[in-house]
Design a protein around this ligand. Sequence first.
Ligand SMILES: Nc1nc2c(ncn2[C@@H]2O[C@H](COP(=O)(O)OP(=O)(O)OP(=O)(O)O)[C@@H](O)[C@H]2O)c(=O)[nH]1
Ligand SMILES: [Mg+2]
Length: 412
Amino acid sequence: MYENEIRKEKYILLIAYSGDEEEADASLDELAELLDTADGITVGRMKQKLYQPDPATYIGSGKAMELKISIAAREADGVICDDELTPAQMKNLSDLLDTKVIDRTMLILDIFAAHAHTSEGKLQVEMAQLKYRASHLVGAGKAMSRLGGGIGTRGPGETKLETDRRVIGKRIARLSGEIKDMQRVRMTTRKKRLGNMTPVVAIVGYTNAGKSTLLNHLTDATVLSEDKLFATLDPTTRTCVMKGGQEVLFTDTVGFINKLPHQLIDAFRSTLEEAKYADIILHVADASDPALDMHMQVVYETLNDLEIKGKPVITAFNKTDLLEGTERLYDDRADKSIRISAKKGENTEQLLDMIEDILQKNRKYVEYLIPYADGKMLDKLHRYGRVLEEEYLEEGISVKAYVPVATGGTVL
Ligand SMILES: Nc1nc2c(ncn2[C@@H]2O[C@H](COP(=O)(O)OP(=O)(O)OP(=O)(O)O)[C@@H](O)[C@H]2O)c(=O)[nH]1
Ligand SMILES: [Mg+2]
């Protein structure tokens, strides 16, 4: 009777680790969250401490037999490994267990495919998926053909994901062209933005840290924010008017994650690089997450991979409303740190003051006498600079203000 009802797929999570057991557990917790975001259910977890993952089967064969029994007992639809597997590992493990084997990369790609909304986002995800497939075709015929319908197989939009190497190669070439065209359009928009000198603050951080919640609170944006990983993929930029009347642009982008698949970094490079052109990096961290330190480390590593360096960084320790104590939170890699709650709007005014302060340092003090005929000039000073004093004299308007250094104080 209920045959058509969508049944959630059940998986057992699997990790081969060499280091700390606590870290392995935290990584599996995150894998479970990823699976939940992809609409699957975790029905079991298995860990194996190994000097290095087995090159043939990821976990040892004895452990694999144990796993096979669990799969049957829990009626699981497959297993999800916490690392990206080689084509051989995927094929062998799938044969050994006689079930579907998915890896962390496929799961993340699947979530990205479901969450991409803009045409550029969809193309970028498809590109990442095709690259993953192309590198996993060798000898993986059976493992790949086991995949069908569910997790790890979603393509963006209506596009059917190909499994033929030649067809994949052609499609990748076509997609690269289309993505390049879109990047050109983005460059033009960015240049226009830079041209008008409105300062840009890029909001970056680990996935689910509260970046979109903060953007929505500071501006009139209505970016989807929910307790799911990678809720936001497409960059959104909104204006915030500061206390002094100055406009500042805030950009919210895709979140980072530990073991972010390199195919995704490549495909999303241009989107992620929005931060490269920002005046300030606003790093949002979830202070209530037990893995806070690891998450912050991943954010700095990812920024480094993207060659986003040498910019002032403010770390906003978010979700402090969930913290019991008032212990000092401090990030020594940032120029400034602050505790906030984006959801409750706590301390966000102070955060804006901090941003204004930093922007101020990139500014130059000027005194102008603007003729009454030049109304536009005063308007510009208000929009892009910070007017301290404005006096209406007989010969014109005397203004004392801070203007962006890039203009040398002369263009405005
Ligand atoms: N308690 C509390 N929850 C918060 C706060 N800020 C955000 N959240 C919650 O955290 C979850 C994630 O928030 P988002 O704004 O979607 O996080 P994000 O960083 O944009 O996440 P992605 O786009 O998925 O990478 C949501 O359920 C928010 O309601 C906060 O200050 N306090
Ligand atoms: Mg978001």
